[in-house]
Each structure stands twice: as C-alpha cells, then as structure tokens.
Design a protein around this ligand. Structure first.
Ligand SMILES: [Zn+2]
Length: 192
C-alpha cells in the first residue's frame, strides 16, 4: 500500500468507530493548549493524556513561539477560552543540528533532501537551490532549557497575551517519555 492508501484505510476504520465524538463541542473541554515540536516521536495525545475535544495542540518545527504559534494561542484563549498553556520542547530535537547559516547554505545549493552525518547536515542532491532561505528566521535551538525559557518569555511578554494565563515550560525526554520541568521557564511563565 502507498502512504496515501494506508492513511485512507486507517481513516475509514477510525470513522467506522467514531461514535459520540460527533457531539464534541468546538471549545476544548479541558481548557488548555500545548505548543510543541512536530517531531514524529512526540505524540501529545499520548504523553499528555488527551482525547479528541480536550485541548488545543499547536505544532511546528521545535515547538517555537513563532508569530504564527502566538496567533494560534491568542485565538485559543480569546475565542475558545483556554486558560493555561504549555510550551514543550524535547531532547534530541532536529532544530539543534543546524543553524540559520547552515540551512540557508543547504537550500542555496539544492532543494533536495540533505543527509545528516557526524558533522551535521550536508547536501547530496543537485541544484538549483534558492536564496529565499535567507529571508526566513528558522528558529533553531542551541540549548533546550534556554529555548523553552525564551519562548515562554516571549509569549508572556506579548501584548496580545493577558497576564493571567500561566505558561508552563517543559522538555520532553525522547528516551523516557517523561516531561521534565524547566524551573526558570516555570517562574517566567507564572500568572500574575
Ligand atoms: Zn523537535
């Protein structure tokens, strides 16, 4: 089966057993949101115990508080009533393995998938690439605790975010499945 066939087949089985999920309300029942990385090893529904309808999950590369992630969080609160937010980055994140300079160089050479070796990512594909990557802030990560603190701080300081929302900062450990608190981020994220 192709990936497309696999997904559609899994979806038919899911829809067959959909049951009373058709009755779910639009606002998240448990009133919170999680901003986390798109990494395939992370399943927020499992690591945080979510069912359909429970919470908002906003994902991007790194789980970074980009302008677009903040757009979603503001909608989550302002229109859909969430009252607590989590920022969850993780160990062994792909965003640690390159810098803006590196990805800009790779994309300038080739649009094809790069390879990851001991010394980081390198191009195996052919050109042409594009200089457009220079205009993107890739929001790479050099240290997980610092990136969580930075993102919690940015969210808390944002003019569209009310002071009363607590923002919890955690790192998910991909070797244990455990959420590990980032104390400085928890302090920065407390409601006030
Ligand atoms: Zn990641």
């Amino acid at each position: 089966m192709t990936v497309l066939e696999e997904v559609l087949s899994a979806n038919s089985a899911y829809a067959e057993a959909f049951g009373d999920k058709s009755e779910l309300a639009l606002p998240p029942a448990r009133g919170f949101a999680i901003l986390t990385c798109m990494d395939a090893r992370l399943d927020p529904a499992k690591y945080a115990g979510l069912s359909e309808g429970d919470a908002h999950v906003i994902r991007n590369a790194g789980g970074r508080a980009s302008d677009d992630a903040i757009r979603s969080l503001v909608i989550s609160y302002k229109l859909l009533g969430t009252k607590e937010w989590f920022v969850i980055h993780h160990t062994n994140c792909g965003m640690e393995f390159f810098t803006d300079e590196v990805i800009r160089g790779l994309l300038a050479n080739s649009l094809e998938t790069a390879a990851l070796g001991e010394a980081g990512f390198y191009d195996v594909g052919t050109g042409p690439g594009s200089a457009e990557a220079k205009y993107v802030d890739w929001l790479t990560i050099s240290d997980q605790a610092s990136s969580v603190l930075q993102d919690v701080g940015r969210i808390k300081a944002h003019p569209l975010v009310p002071a009363g929302i607590p923002v919890y900062g955690y790192i998910y450990d991909v070797t244990t499945g455990r959420l590990v608190e980032v104390p400085a981020a928890m302090a920065a994220g407390s409601a006030h």
